[in-house]
Design a binder for this molecule. Structure first.
Ligand SMILES: C[S@@+](CC[C@H](N)C(=O)[O-])C[C@H]1O[C@@H](n2cnc3c(N)ncnc32)[C@H](O)[C@@H]1O
Length: 294
């Protein structure tokens, strides 16, 4: 197999979000009107701004332990439970969560733009592990039909709040609480086909009936099954896979994806990154594999 050319996709299309600085294992960001500090193990370099600027943040997250996503926020001033943000005219709600994130992953805008450009026709997009629903809403706003699957009722409730915020109450979105892989298998048995599939699986997760998801064990089989669910000959078909699990590399993902999905088409592999607002640095965030029909 020849080594793929890896691409860095840069989410540089935000007004309501900015990566202000990073370094020494932390990042300073703006989400709407609020600035926040979070741990960032990939920020191996030195911060560029003075400590005084970091100290002005509205909230700081401390993890319970180094490998733990969960932790607590220390607020310098009271923050609302959620607040309005926009991406490219799509309105949604951001909020602090006990799992260090803000219920929006800004680096994903590179995939929303790719998906919405294809999801306009009569086809349907399947968003697996869909959480905040922003990918689903971007596709629906472009005029596409969407099936959104997440194991967590609470996550679906957040996504539906975003649907309200976006003014897309009437949009053709099916919100489904289910285990992603069990749902995919059921859709194959029903003979359903999707124009596009978006997957952002966590490293480890549980379905609503306790089904266990472990990325290293299950990703390859899930991708094969996604291949069976993709329309075999429609226009503008696509698959977008994002992985944050630290032990995987772009090359490992590229090889697994190429082996699992053998439909003719073009693959792009690489990393997603956030640009710093005040200097030329890029912060890597996740790795991805993206397929589109010829
Ligand atoms: C990394 S988040 C996805 C974030 C999403 N890309 C976004 O922009 O909002 C992972 C999501 O997977 C869900 N999840 C975990 N295990 C699952 C499973 N077995 N089946 C379906 N969803 C699952 C979690 O509830 C969580 O919402």
């Amino acid at each position: 197999m020849t080594a793929p050319d890896f691409t860095t996709l840069i989410a540089d299309d935000w007004r309501d979000y900015a990566l202000i600085d990073s370094g020494a294992g932390r990042k300073l960001e703006r989400f709407g009107p609020y600035t926040l500090v979070r741990p960032e193990p990939l920020a191996l370099w030195a911060p560029r701004l003075d400590e005084a600027e970091w100290a002005r943040a509205d909230a700081v997250f401390s993890a319970h332990s180094e490998d733990d996503e969960s932790g607590r926020w220390r607020m310098a001033r009271p923050l609302p439970e959620s607040w309005a943000m926009q991406w490219d005219g799509l309105s949604f709600r951001a909020r602090t969560t006990p799992f260090r994130h803000l219920a929006v992953f800004p680096e994903h805008s590179v995939h929303w733009r790719f998906a919405l450009a294809r999801a306009r026709g009569d086809g349907e997009t399947l968003n697996l592990f869909g959480y905040t629903g922003l990918a689903s809403l971007a596709c629906a706003r472009a005029g596409g039909r969407v099936t959104h699957v997440d194991a967590s009722k609470r996550a679906i409730a957040f996504a539906r709040e975003n649907q309200e915020a976006a003014g897309l109450r009437e949009a053709p979105i099916r919100w489904i609480v289910d285990d992603a892989h069990a749902f995919v298998k059921r859709e194959i048995r029903r003979g359903r086909r999707y124009q596009g599939i978006i997957l952002d699986p966590p490293k480890y997760g549980r379905g609503p009936k306790g089904e266990t998801w472990r990325i290293e064990e299950k990703l390859s089989e899930l991708l094969c099954d996604c291949g069976a669910l993709l329309d075999h000959d429609g226009r503008d078909r696509f698959l977008i896979l994002t992985v944050y699990a630290v032990r995987l590399t772009p090359l490992a993902l590229a090889q697994a994806a190429r082996e699992a999905l053998t439909l003719p088409g073009d693959w792009t592999f690489g990393e997603m990154a956030l640009p710093h607002a005040r200097d030329e640095r890029l912060l890597p965030t996740a790795i991805f594999a993206r397929w589109r029909s010829p």
